[in-house]
Design a protein around this ligand. Sequence first.
Ligand code: NAP
Length: 358
Amino acid sequence: MKVLAILYNGYEAAQAEPRLLGTVENELGLRSYLESQGHEYIVTSSKEGPDSDFQKHIVDTDILITTPFHPGYLTREVMDKAKNLKLCVTAGVGSDHIDLNAAVERKIQVLEVTGSNVVSVAEQVMMSILLLVRNFVPAHEMIENGGWQVSEIARNAFDLEGKVVGTLGAGRIGYRVLQRLVPFNCKELLYFDYNALPAEAEAAVGARRVQDLKEFVSQCDVITVNAPLHEGTLGLINKDLLQHFKKGAWLVDTARGAICVAEDVAEALASGQLRGYAGDVWNVQPAPKNHPWRHMKNPLGGGNGMTPHYSGTTLDAQIRYAEGTKTILQNYFEGKPQEPGNVIVGLGKYETKAYGQR
Ligand code: NAP
């Protein structure tokens, strides 16, 4: 079979650090396995436009491997060219870069390595909340720039203790964030999700469910987004919803950039409606040089905690999602059942509640 992987370039870093498995250079560690089984393995980072390697090779590819970090956007139009495609594997978590409805119609299976980087992201969420609330980035920039004016930083620095923190989405990542927030003695932990957590899980973190989204955002000092991107979450955090946030709230989105409307977030930060915004996910990746989130600031010149998409691609996470990808391929080649939690789209139907019609 022909297996095509769209990965990001690691350049010198990937040559020096073989644990950067999710790079073009290190190929998810799959080449010798795939070739020993008689498969052809093509690895590239070239993914945009009709002349990209992605679109050239997709026409006779049987199995496509992509990652959310450097997403090969498998649109309905690209899928139309992919006459042999049977299986898409997301090395990581989050398969919104694939037109899942089109995959259902064409009986193309979509699997991901569920859970492979949920701790990595939960840790990044904690870091992002703290760096915003404590006004860390401008403090560090001041030091690098030779300055020392404590009042300029302290005027917008707070403690997390005593704040109301809410997660939009209380699944694998959202719940781990709630667990990690417990020792910070927040005033209250809230969550907004389609489903209630089991009573014992709710009690273990002392979280309260709020069922109305506007009501939820209006109660939070800090909101962290931990839901998948689908028809129901695309552009969910927009100008209208942002007006219901507490003035001066902090927002962290490490789930998917397109859940927030980029211009509306930048405007809310500039006006002070948001005090800070942090995350690592962007509506287009790589983000263009002029993306508003690169340079947006609050009225005091801080509040921007953006990074490139790396929270789920730590070296620890790369080992887990590379191993998980190999297991999915082995199961597929050997006709063994897949881990049910990994199956997003099975043969002609959704196998998860996370995407598709509800
Ligand atoms: P998960 O276990 O499936 O949890 C997602 C939760 O969000 C589920 O409880 C789901 O509810 C809920 N949800 C879905 N739509 C919602 C909505 N409109 N409002 C409120 N809640 C909603 O997934 P996970 O492993 O925690 O991952 C969550 C997302 O994080 C992924 O889909 C991915 O996009 C992102 N992620 C980012 C990175 C990164 O590197 N930055 C890495 C991994 C994952 P139901 O169970 O009822 O559907």
